[in-house]
Design a protein around this ligand. Sequence first.
Ligand code: WTA
Length: 660
Amino acid sequence: MTDAIVSLLREDRQFLPSDSFRAAALVNSKEAYATLYERSLAEPANFWREATDALVWRQPWTVFQEGTGGSSTFFTDGKLNVSESCLDRHLKTPNAHKAAIVWEGEPGEVRVLTYRELHREVVRLAAALLDLGVKPGDRVAVYMGMVPEAAAAMLACARIGAVHSVVFGGFSSEALRDRINDSGAKVLLTQDGAWRRGGVVPLKAMADKAVENCPNLAHVICLRRIDSPAKCPIVLREGRDHDWATLLAAPRSVEASSLAKTPEAFSAEHPLFVLYTSGSTGKPKGLVHTSGGYLAGAHVTAKFVFDLKPTDLYWCTADVGWVTGHSYIVYGPLSCGASCFMYEGAPNAPDPSRFWRMIERHGITILYTAPTAIRAFIRWGDEHVVKHDLSSLRLLGSVGEPINPEAWMWYRRVIGGDRCPIVDTWWQTETGSILVTTLPGAVMSKPGSAGLPMFGIVPSLVTEAGEPCAANEGGKLLIDAAWPSMARTIWGDHERYLDTYWRAVPGKYITGDGARIDQDNYTWVIGRIDDVLNIAGHRIGTAEIESALVGHPAVAEAAAVGRPDELKGQALVVFVTVKSGQTAGPELRAALTEHIDKEIGKFARPDAIRFADALPKTRSGKIMRRLLRDVAAGNESKGDTSTLEDLSVLAALRGGKDEE
Ligand code: WTA
């Protein structure tokens, strides 16, 4: 067992919210939480009707759920327009002229978009998309950085019933191309470039390369963010490419203008977006989220977990390209009428105090970030934090990976001034919204534990043999029944969806995570137990890395595993055997790194590439990852090696450490 797990198992500290936090909280006692939770299970339709009361249902639903498990639909006969619930509904309230997005660019400029202004942008873009022929159900890819227009792009798609597929700006041209082709997108929204650590990420140039091989893609709309031919030259191809501002300023058809202004309502089960994530095969999965169920989940959790108040300036530091950005930068907080802060660049640009300077400058009240970022802040040193006044903060959040208790304690003490509750939120791209956490004014939190189930959610654990686990016994984390914001399918492959999530334990959703549930019903998530790695909070499939590597002409076989890493949670280690006639060495190592950059993206770069003459295999030819994980971590393998084909392979691998 690693030290981190031992300390997790021993962790018994508990923190109650302060009286002042509690006094103002939406849910302010354990009993109040329990009452809501029990109601969500006993009378789900009534619970959800009240909890989503603020959303605009053009046709109110009467059917809460139809079907079970992976065949469920929710709010089945309801109709809504998601962008109306996020924007239009606020225009008739005092929120109309309130900041929806406060944005800071990496170079330091600030833009504020009120709800009215964001609505206007979204309507204009929606009208332009309609005039380009985008119809309900059509897919629109979004490959942008952290600019307000990325949120506007998503909402504009939602407004006209187009299905957005946001591709994280850190993905390479090849990865973008595959995602565009898999979803069959016909329009791509992008930008010239994005600022990152003082440099420019040339998104348009990368998109150009991708769309060369995207036969269905008809239009590219390019925002000028950098807007400098010297710093970020771009080419707009006649007939295909449109300058964002010029397109939006062009005359519109009467139909498009009126439909964008007064949009259609769509079925609650109408797909809202596709978002690709890694699974246990080489092919990323496009998870499909719906309009009604997804929005309901994002809305209710944003409201209760972040305890949003009219005076908050809420900051989720995730990228819009990941699910956290979808649910907790865009749909959740905007449907609640919150003011959201958005930052374009890197946390240490130009220096490690950037985050804290922005919190002080803007008076940010809620900070929601990832454990890897927190551990980086610890490493960079408290001096960058303490010189700033962080007294505006009242609530902190963590997401994306297990948070080690030491980082949790530092976050509470140094960032939260021992005054802010921390919500550790467990969820996944598939779940759409937070499923396990501690409501901040209601219950105690325990450093390292995500906490208690959210409304309507029943987590449970089974052993390897499928038996229910006892309290505190580790096992596979399941969710016992379907919930509104769950993904409904994998784009184009419903069988894979049912196989991956619903069939191994019939009727229950398989998370792919290992966890234990303690005597207080608190869930402690240990991490992935499938072939998915969580590197610095980024989900990366081992098979994806391996299939990219074997695509390189010098590589015969490859195996990717995770090794515990103090900063990133897990580091990516790959073992590679080369084809005969190829030389393993520093040159090939550099070439393989570049190859991963190109095939997937720089964020998936291996931390170590180790060459081997052979990989350890079972007699039936399966690579023994368990052994490789031990080798990567530098541990003597305690595991069973009796099925290993050739023990000398293992000995050779152990000896090869200097090759990293
Ligand atoms: C992990 C990100 C522990 C988990 C929202 C999950 C966590 C995967 C937590 C999903 C947490 C996320 N504590 N582990 N609070 N939050 N995870 O799809 O392994 O990018 O299965 O969604 O991240 O990653 P994804």
